[in-house]
Design a protein around this ligand. Sequence first.
Ligand code: ZN
Length: 178
Amino acid sequence: MKILNRTQFGNPILRTKAKIIPLKFLKTSKGKTLIKRMIYTMRRTNGVGLAAPQIGKALQLAVMETRPTPTRPKLNHKGPIVIVNPKITKYSGKKTNDWEGCLSLNGVRGKVPRPKEITVRYYNEKGERFIEKISGLWARIFQHEIDHLSGITYIDRIEDTKTIMSLSEFKKRVVNKK
Ligand code: ZN
């Protein structure tokens, strides 16, 4: 399978509000192939999430999966899951400030404050509807991906811009210190 090209910061699609997907699209071979390729691309690029605008499609669709990656070697495996037309209906808990990166801005990391807990509503790849209350890193990834569907990037959310680091410094100063 081919790794899909990732759109990079500066591409206007990353600043566009993505369109709602008709659920019947998920049953088409086009829809199924798109989802398969997005999961494959996320895995091959060591991402924990990938939103459709990042591969050039302004659609309300994202995939997420955690597993040990070079910069998060201790992560537990979870997913993959597909989220379609998601909406965060509630934010709760204190904000936590933690590291994020993005497949659309290679080689950069920064600390992003986000609510610890969210309630989210979404459809999966079969068009089944879910309402879940989630917290921790999984909730952070949800927020990062859902932001992409609204044309928002994690850089917009960074409050302390002094935390922005190149990946090589991040590996030296953060990953290897854990
Ligand atoms: Zn991203």
